[in-house]
Write a protein that binds this ligand. Structure first.
Ligand code: BG6
Ligand code: MG
Length: 221
């Protein structure tokens, strides 16, 4: 029944969500904006500029005084923080259970797609040495709307040549789960059941992901 499984990257394949958090926190502090894990939760899955806008909206004027050039400079500064933090990422940072799932999918002949909002996804896949498992990487530059819009998941399905209804999407972010659901796919959430409550099936951590469990839950939808 499953035609493809489409993965998010940050927070699902690898724990880079913590590096995005750290990189934003460094920037927010420079701007004198309080930034904590709860705030960060809203940024998961959201693209770089939209994330910056959310951070600036914490300022008294909502960031209205800043020019686009200044905003682009800050977004770039955050990305430089992030690139510094991910420099040493290697395959030891693949989250538990992910390689087993890749192998099970490969064995079952189910193709894998990537639907990440990150412009750094290609670099990370290379550093993690998992490129060979992934058949299609949907390019966030080529979609009109970021998550929670369904665009990037639909793009991955289209490039894989599969029907979204028979696709599984795996996400750690609320915006990501929404994107999967809007794409008409079966949503697997990894993490907090309250935050990811819109998912069709939730596991607390990647080590609990299994193809047979996903199949079973999907059959019962
Ligand atoms: C998502 C992350 O995967 O990619 C977000 O969850 C991040 O936190 C987004 O903002 C964009 O990433 P990048 O690397 O292009 O700034
Ligand atoms: Mg994520």
């Amino acid at each position: 029944e499953i035609q493809a499984v489409i993965f998010d990257l940050d927070g699902v394949i690898t724990d880079t969500a913590k590096y995005h958090y750290e990189a934003w926190k460094q920037l927010a502090e420079e701007l004198g904006i309080h930034f904590d894990l709860e705030f960060n939760e809203q940024l998961k899955g959201i693209d770089r500029m939209a994330s910056l806008e959310k951070i600036l909206s914490a300022l008294p004027d909502g960031g209205a005084a800043f020019t686009l050039e200044q905003k682009q400079e800050w977004a770039e500064r955050k990305n430089n923080n992030y690139k510094r933090l991910i420099q040493t990422v290697d395959k030891s940072e693949i989250l538990p259970g992910i390689l087993d799932l890749f192998h099970d999918l490969e064995y079952a002949g189910i193709p894998i797609g990537l639907a990440s909002a990150s412009r750094n996804a290609g670099t990370l896949l290379r550093q993690l040495k998992v490129e060979s498992y992934i058949h299609v990487i949907a390019d966030p530059e080529n979609v009109a709307h970021g998550k929670p819009a369904p665009d990037i998941f639909l793009k991955a399905a289209e490039e894989l040549g599969v029907d979204p209804h028979y696709c599984v999407g795996i996400e750690d972010a609320e915006a990501g789960v929404q994107a999967i659901k809007s794409a008409g796919m079966f949503a697997v959430g990894v993490g907090d059941a309250e935050i990811l409550s819109k998912a069709d099936y939730i596991v607390p951590e990647t080590s609990k992901l299994s193809l047979s469990d996903i199949k079973q839950h999907m059959a019962g939808r």
